[in-house]
Design a protein around this ligand. Structure first.
Ligand SMILES: Nc1nc2c(ncn2[C@@H]2O[C@H](COP(=O)(O)OP(=O)(O)OP(=O)(O)O)[C@@H](O)[C@H]2O)c(=O)[nH]1
Ligand SMILES: [Mg+2]
Length: 200
């Protein structure tokens, strides 16, 4: 049984294009999902304190594989490809829609989902679908309102309250985050830790 997690010990495991290429479905993992360019890879790099662990780009659609990182024995973080980027070819988008659906509905070791959004943008249809789906199957989900540095304090707290009110389920939590300002790290690490560790 793992008692604590050292996020700085994160190590790259695999880059998977198909579910079969993922690490063995044992132990526990928390996945990072969200719209393309919302900052999933940047958040992962920040909380693990590794600048180049997950790849980041100004070009949306950078992460095109499911990238797994080990945080300890049989404990993983997974950076998922972003959705909603119009310039990704249609066949590739359809492939990832299907693959993500399969991943989310069959992955036994998945114990939590971090849904990353750009705080300046409304939740998109895919964000909402994902939230509803997680609630329907009782998968804990943590909404990360990223890029909070792009908004005033007052405005970002306004968005936080709005999303909190909109998600009445106990299984949904929400927080503000900024990769640029390095704010929200402990809250996110604590949520992930609580969902990765064996609490028996
Ligand atoms: N201002 C600001 N920019 C950020 C923040 N987080 C990420 N970015 C920038 O947003 C862009 C996209 O970041 P990525 O981490 O590549 O986003 P992603 O969600 O992994 O994108 P895909 O891999 O395409 O799904 C990069 O230019 C980042 O530097 C933040 O908190 N504040
Ligand atoms: Mg990415």
């Amino acid at each position: 049984m793992t008692l604590s997690l050292d996020f700085r010990q994160a190590e790259f495991l695999t880059s998977a294009h198909t579910l079969a290429q993922l690490p063995v479905d044992k132990g526990r993992e928390v996945a990072f999902a969200g719209r393309s360019n919302s900052g999933k890879s940047s958040v992962l790099n920040l909380i693990t304190d590794h600048k180049g662990l997950a790849r980041i780009s100004r070009t949306p659609g950078r992460t095109r594989t499911m990238n797994s990182f080990a945080l300890g024995e049989a404990v993983r973080l997974v950076d998922l490809p972003g959705y909603g980027y119009a310039r990704v070819p249609k066949n590739l988008r359809e492939y990832w829609d299907k693959t993500m659906n399969n991943y989310l509905s069959t992955r036994e070791s998945l114990t939590g989902l971090v849904l990353i959004t750009d705080i300046r943008r409304e939740l998109c249809d895919s964000d909402r679908l994902l939230l509803e789906w997680c609630q329907a199957v009782d998968l804990p989900v943590h909404v990360l309102l990223n890029k909070a540095d792009k908004m005033s304090r007052g405005a970002s707290h306004g968005v936080l309250q709005k999303i909190k009110k909109g998600s009445k389920s106990r299984e949904v939590s929400v927080q503000l985050f900024s990769v640029l300002k390095k704010t929200g790290i402990d809250e996110l690490r604590n949520w992930i830790t609580a969902h990765l560790l064996d609490r028996r």
